[in-house]
Design a protein around this ligand. Structure first.
Ligand SMILES: Nc1ncnc2c1ncn2[C@@H]1O[C@H](COP(=O)(O)OP(=O)(O)O)[C@@H](O)[C@H]1O
Ligand SMILES: [Mg+2]
Length: 313
């Protein structure tokens, strides 16, 4: 038997290996998703249709033996379609609560930009509060609870982009791109019928909650804390940036770095853990100046630049 941290790493490796039976490539993204689920944080997945966003979410939920639900966001989706409603039970002659699809450990909110701001708010409120109130009755959402919201990078007509303040509520944002040629061939080679889903359930909700407690206890040296603050401040001072990363972003960097250390079987954070989470944590929280955007500068370059400039402890 190894140390508790080493055992947690073994468990995480098993989960990642189950997911990789279905998802080709994307190992870094899957690891970030697993870390976010451990922390109870929410994930924004950006990518065009058909790049395995749904497949990834389902595969992770299934390897972790967590309940999963998918909500397709459309312009006519109402808050009650997410949280649920009070309905009249004929037999009992009384009202009872019909819980909505938000009551699952992993909720895939597909194409979040297609619903009205009012419906988006209902989702964001539930994400934040981890509970919902239906006609005055407050109900806790299950633990762990993570929303994976997807959006298409190509802004379509009639969509509602999330305001900056709401983007900050997502622990991480991942940009899911096309597979390489070799990966694409592997996807095609592995095609199988849906009933042959090969993923075994190798962990559980209680393992996730245990990992969360352990992650919080991972040691972070003062020098690494200072490194994180320097990175956050550098995003604010960068000449191409109009709004830099918030204190909430700094908190997210620490927690994600701790969880990545745990998944590597280490009980302390190293600067490489911070680097490995910097883009997922920061990319949706840094807003460029319009003139920088016109010149073709992008957020990914800014964060790379910041990581290059800030001295590593
Ligand atoms: N990297 C990949 N690994 C495994 N399957 C993939 C990959 N990329 C695409 N696919 C396949 O493409 C199809 C579309 O995937 P899906 O998860 O529905 O995409 P999205 O939710 O992004 O629209 C699925 O059959 C999926 O298996
Ligand atoms: Mg999908």
């Amino acid at each position: 038997m190894g140390s508790p941290v080493a055992e947690m790493r073994e468990l995480a490796d098993k989960v990642l290996s189950e997911v990789s039976k279905v998802v080709v490539g994307k190992e870094d993204d899957v690891k970030i998703i697993l870390s976010s689920i451990i922390l109870g944080g929410h994930i924004l997945l950006e990518g065009v249709p058909g790049v395995a966003k749904t497949t990834m979410a389902k595969a992770i939920a299934s390897a972790l033996d967590l309940s999963f639900s998918r909500i397709q966001f459309t312009p006519d989706l109402l808050p009650a379609d997410i949280v649920g409603a009070m309905i009249f039970d004929q037999k009992a002659g009384d009202f009872k609560v019909r819980k909505g699809p938000i009551f699952a450990n992993i909720v895939l909110a597909d194409e979040i930009n297609r619903a009205s701001p009012r419906t988006q708010s209902a989702l964001l409120e539930a994400m934040q509060e981890k509970q919902v109130t239906i006609e005055g009755v407050t109900m806790k959402l299950p633990e762990p609870f993570t929303v994976i919201a997807t959006q298409n990078p190509i802004e379509m007509e009639g969509t509602f982009p999330l305001p900056e303040a709401q983007l900050d509520r997502f622990l991480v944002k991942l940009n899911i791109g096309y597979p390489s040629k070799d990966e694409m061939i592997e996807v095609l080679r592995r095609l199988r019928r849906i009933e042959e889903w090969p993923i075994r359930k190798v962990a559980s909700a209680s393992d996730i909650m245990k990992a969360r407690r352990m992650a919080w206890d991972i040691y972070v040296d003062e020098a690494v804390l200072s490194y994180i603050v320097d990175i956050v401040e550098a995003t604010r001072k960068h000449e191409a940036v109009s709004l830099g990363a918030s204190p909430r972003a700094a908190v997210a960097l620490v927690l994600m770095s701790k969880t990545m250390a745990l998944l590597s079987g280490r009980n302390y954070v190293v600067p490489d853990d911070v680097k490995s989470v910097a883009k997922p944590v920061l990319r949706h929280r840094v807003i460029l100046k319009p003139e920088a955007e016109i010149e073709g500068v992008n957020v990914e370059d800014i964060i790379s630049d910041v990581l290059k400039r800030v001295p590593v402890p």
